[in-house]
Design a protein around this ligand. Structure first.
Ligand SMILES: Cc1cc2nc3c(=O)[nH]c(=O)nc-3n(C[C@H](O)[C@H](O)[C@H](O)COP(=O)(O)O)c2cc1C
Length: 169
């Protein structure tokens, strides 16, 4: 599978089999995250791979929808931004938000290549999740995602037509 295939075929997965994820696959996904670009190459980030059932239950608890996938999946990815030198970049955007979004996308695409499903989630209260995971105040949690072998094969969700989202000037 090449990058194009992964981009074309990935879909969010919301139902998971409990089968554990092989250690080699876990390492490859962590590597994909680590290799992502970041502003000034600061790499002020960390990827947590949460497989402890008690911690997964806590994550589910601080997600208002209490989605079962957060406990059903064998692990949950948590993309954490560490202390930043600057809180916004020249363009006004927060580097942790941008950096972590890129790194999570790398991890998610690599997971897909390895036959694993993910579902990017923003439906959690950051402070509650930080407390639940024992993370310091100066960290941000940009995204979370269950990860595991899918128990569903959803069809592709529609996208806006290309002419609406792309313009050559
Ligand atoms: C920033 C962001 C936040 C999201 N939050 C959630 C969420 O909290 N719960 C959920 O089930 N899906 C969530 N999603 C998944 C989107 O609903 C999904 O990516 C979108 O419907 C397109 O479907 P696809 O990923 O299958 O292509 C989120 C996606 C993004 C990018």
């Amino acid at each position: 599978m090449n990058v194009w295939d992964a981009i074309q075929n990935r879909t969010s997965i919301r139902k998971y089999r409990p089968d554990p994820i092989e250690a080699e696959k876990r390492e490859k996904i962590a590597e994909a995250f680590r290799r992502a670009p970041s502003a000034r190459n600061q790499q002020t980030w960390k990827l947590l791979w949460v497989e402890d059932p008690a911690l997964k239950a806590k994550i589910r608890e601080v997600s208002p929808g209490h989605a079962p996938m957060l406990e059903e999946a064998p692990a949950v990815l948590v993309a954490v931004g560490l202390e930043q030198e600057e809180s916004v970049m020249t363009n006004g955007h927060r580097p942790d938000t941008v950096n972590l979004s890129i790194a999570m996308s790398y991890a998610i695409l690599e997971a897909f290549e390895l036959g694993l499903g993910t579902c990017w989630m923003a439906y959690y209260k950051e402070e509650e999740l930080r407390n639940a995971l024992g993370l310091p105040e100066n960290t941000s949690i940009v995204a979370i995602s269950p990860i595991g072998y899918g128990a569903e094969e959803p069809s592709q969700r529609p996208r806006k037509p290309l002419e609406e989202v792309f313009e050559v000037l």
